[in-house]
Ligand binder design. Structure first.
Ligand SMILES: [Fe+2]
Length: 434
């Protein structure tokens, strides 16, 4: 299988890829099964993570009710930060340690699920905070072993965090977004209830669906694992191992689902079926990028969201300016795929076809075909017109470039080498699209 052209084995490079097991329960109403699953894992006392906006929600209510019905004790932690930091991770870890919980449930978006992963890690294997953080920012020390059971219940159809071993946060001392990545951080079970999508505002559906789309597209076009140096010890194989035949299968189906259902899910609030398909696509894309990794659109997104000026999108809390994660990702994407298309044209053509592209594009048009298709979807779903649409202009290009260039873990998974000048041009190309 790995002898096909894209995964040609090269001297000195890796020859094997990892396929992680995945435990998900997917279906309408399945949040009510949380208690049964927790009891099935042998848990007696649960540490439940959520955030203050969700504490009184139906989603948390359903989970708490099912835990009570299963006769389990619960301690609730709802101080999860909207944008988690090293400080908020450590506060959550202190709770996890002091709660006496023998397992955890997270109910929320990516911030909540990621915080629960980190809290579980530092409560299970206490260490100085930077120990497990990705190198070179942190020590990059491998997580020593399995953590306590964690059931992740996503309440948006975007992050796919229930299917990955990645926890992202802001390191305050460096004003940089980084993360911890390990197979041991992956939740024991993802409990994915598509009912949660029914009440999401359409701007949230659009932003989260573009996050899903980009997870899948970046996984499909990520640098192949066969061009990464072979690790001396298999245990040192990076969690984000690069594109591989398994992530390809999953990414293609996620792209097909988003291509088919996204515009309908955003523009027709009554189209419940389309929204529910996006929830399934979100978990699939999580599996794909958990196996392969993401690259440039995500690496650039952290600067776009971190340097926000006064943009306040409809459908989100209006107390602070923000560029929602999925929006900050997709605003870069057409510019990125115009650059990367010539470096892996067949991959881009496959992505274009999965998304529903209809015209006969040749290899030389592959990147442009993907870019134009994305721009069409952005227009159809009310996404702002490039970085200018969320308040940036050409005077910001250096700051955006400086903000994204340290994201080596992501930049190095792009299908081509990207230097600072290239990154500057990518941001410039993302200023506006129509
Ligand atoms: Fe993402």
């Amino acid at each position: 299988m790995v002898c096909c052209h894209h995964y040609q084995l090269l001297a000195g490079c890796d020859e094997a890829f990892r396929v992680d097991g995945q435990s998900l329960v997917f279906g309408p109403g399945c949040l009510s099964e949380a208690g049964a699953h927790a009891a099935g894992l042998g848990l007696k006392r649960i540490g439940l993570f959520t955030d203050k906006r969700l504490t009184a929600s139906d989603h948390v209510g359903k989970v708490l009710k099912s835990l009570k019905e299963a006769g389990l004790d619960v301690a609730v932690y709802d101080d999860v930060a909207v944008e988690p930091t090293d400080e908020s991770f450590q506060s959550a870890a202190a709770f996890a340690q002091e709660s006496g919980a023998d397992g955890f449930i997270s109910v929320g978006g990516g911030s909540v699920i990621d915080t629960c992963k980190a809290a579980n890690l530092y409560a299970s294997y206490p260490a100085e905070f930077l120990t497990y953080v990705n190198a070179p920012v942190g020590g990059g020390v491998p997580v020593p072993g399995p953590l306590k059971p964690h059931i992740a219940c996503p309440t948006t159809s975007g992050t796919g965090s229930e299917a990955t071993g990645i926890a992202i946060f802001d390191l305050l001392s460096m004003k940089a977004k980084t993360g911890i990545a390990s197979i041991h951080l992956k939740p024991t079970l993802g409990l994915v209830d598509p009912h949660v999508t029914h009440t999401l505002p359409k701007t949230v559906i659009a932003a989260t669906a573009f996050d899903v789309l980009s997870h899948a597209l970046e996984a499909l076009t990520a640098r192949p694992f066969t061009v990464r140096e072979k690790p001396a010890d298999p245990a040192a194989r990076p969690y984000s191992q690069g594109g591989n035949p398994w992530s390809d299968v999953i990414a293609k189906e996620a792209l097909r689902l988003v291509g088919e259902h996204m515009v309908a899910a955003v523009t027709d609030a009554d189209n419940i079926e389309a929204r529910e398909y996006l929830m399934w696509a979100s978990s699939l894309a999580g599996v794909a990028f958990g196996q392969a990794g993401c690259h440039l659109p995500h690496g650039m997104s952290y600067a776009v969201s971190g340097l926000v000026k006064d943009f306040k999108p409809d459908g989100y809390p209006q107390d602070i300016p923000m560029v929602p994660h999925g929006m900050s990702v997709i605003l870069n994407a057409p510019s990125v795929f115009r650059l990367t298309g010539p470096h892996a044209p067949e991959r881009h053509l496959v992505a274009y076809a999965c998304l529903g592209g209809t015209y006969e594009a040749g290899p030389s048009e592959a990147g442009e075909a993907v870019a134009e298709h994305l721009i069409g979807m952005m227009k159809a779903t009310g996404i702002p017109n490039g970085l200018q649409g969320v308040g940036y202009d050409s005077a910001d290009l250096d700051k955006l470039t400086d903000g994204a260039f340290p994201q080596k873990r992501l930049l190095n998974l792009a299908p081509c080498q990207v230097e600072r000048d290239d990154l500057y041009k990518l941001f410039e190309g993302a200023l506006n699209y129509w």
